[in-house]
Design a binder for this molecule. Structure first.
Ligand code: DQA
Length: 143
């Protein structure tokens, strides 16, 4: 059975109440439960982690290495656009990562168009709301 970790970064704890016209009305908890339901037929164990702190996200990525996770779905939130430290952690651990964003970052403000973590991830899925999470898990299962 593959072990997949879902990592969520800053402000994603506030989903459900945060700009619902952009991010939808589901809470992060709802989205994780939805992802587990959608992936129930895959041979996969899903764990989830959220932090508003860059260092805690980095620590979690190294824990994923120590605990031999097979893949990571990461929505690093705003850190995606500037955290070289998270990018370096992703490339250090060499666990396949799929970057996800609920919104289409290319259709929003220009500062969101670039992600510094994309190049060290297997790929990026954005713009499909909560569906990006099960899609990310599915891709990792097939790698
Ligand atoms: C986001 C997009 C980011 O630009 C933003 O800072 C977020 C959420 C998304 O899921 O669409 O916090 O990662």
């Amino acid at each position: 059975m593959k072990k997949i970790l879902i990592v969520n970064g800053p402000n994603l704890n506030f989903l459900g109440r945060r700009e619902p016209e952009i991010y939808g009305s589901d809470t992060l908890c709802d989205i994780i439960e939805y992802t587990k339901r959608e992936c129930a037929s895959l041979n996969v164990e899903i764990s989830a982690f959220q932090s508003n702190h860059e260092g805690e996200i980095i620590d979690m990525l190294y824990r994923a290495y120590d605990e031999s996770y097979d893949g990571i779905v990461i929505n690093a939130g705003a850190y995606s656009h500037y955290s070289i430290a998270i990018r370096d952690a992703i490339s250090s651990i060499r666990i396949p990562c799929v970057e996800v964003h609920l919104s289409n970052i290319h259709a929003r403000e220009e500062f969101r168009h670039n992600s510094v973590i994309s190049a060290v991830c297997k790929g990026m899925i954005c713009g499909f709301g909560k569906q990006v999470y099960p899609l990310g898990v599915r891709v990792l299962c097939e790698i």
